[in-house]
Ligand binder design. Sequence first.
Ligand code: ZN
Length: 280
Amino acid sequence: MRIANLSGRLVLIVGDRAVDVEQSSDGRFSAEPQAVYERWDEFRAWAASVDLPEGAAFEAVDLGSPAPAPRQTLAVGLNYREHAAESGFEALAGLPPVFTKFVTSISGPVTEVKLPADGHTDWEVELVAVIGRRAEGVSETAAWDHVAGLAVGQDISERVAQLTGPAPQFSLGKSFPGFAPVGPWLVTPDEFDDPDDLELRCAINGEEVQKGRTRDLIHSVPALIAGLSAVLPLLPGDVIFTGTPAGVGLGRDPQRFLAPGDELLSTVEGIGELRQTFVA
Ligand code: ZN
């Protein structure tokens, strides 16, 4: 099953068409996309049983994040060995670094992003998991049962704000407006042959800069949910950015950052793509 946020309304994606959930459920489920995660099991059962109408054509530019207002967004750093190495770190024992992307940075899949002045704005394609059931002290074995679905994410990062100062400012450097595009829709885990092995790719103006597979995550999605939920409850609708593979601009020689006019394309196998254009 695929759900999306079309112009602020919850829709089911059927083929290449969108079915409005509030209308086709006669008001049983709200049009508000974020609200569906509170009743995720009930919603899934309804969606699996109902005869849906044909739906309407839509444009990707009208999509918002399928989880536009999570109570918590957790983002994980240094979760692929080659990316940890290019960032100057050994692969770390224990939980990886965890920060947040503040909720105002979340956007839909096709956007224009303003580059912060005097910044070094970098790209990080990531698999994003959205929580569908409250997870507290969940084991790795039970972790996938707490995931509503997966989406493509971009952890856009301004490195000067992130790394300057007496202590790193990961959360601020990664939370400028539009720095957390998520989408184009949410795909439930049962749609994948293996949700633990998906290819991620990222290209700038057609030139591939990142290519990895989620099987190379140091901490898999289940391991992250187990580790994070041992510390704090993960709530329905919470968003987890799971880390980026190698190939970011910071780790290049010479370093490279996004410039006005650049178009960033981020893809995850079996889900879809994000498209960001950058302006001064
Ligand atoms: Zn990241």
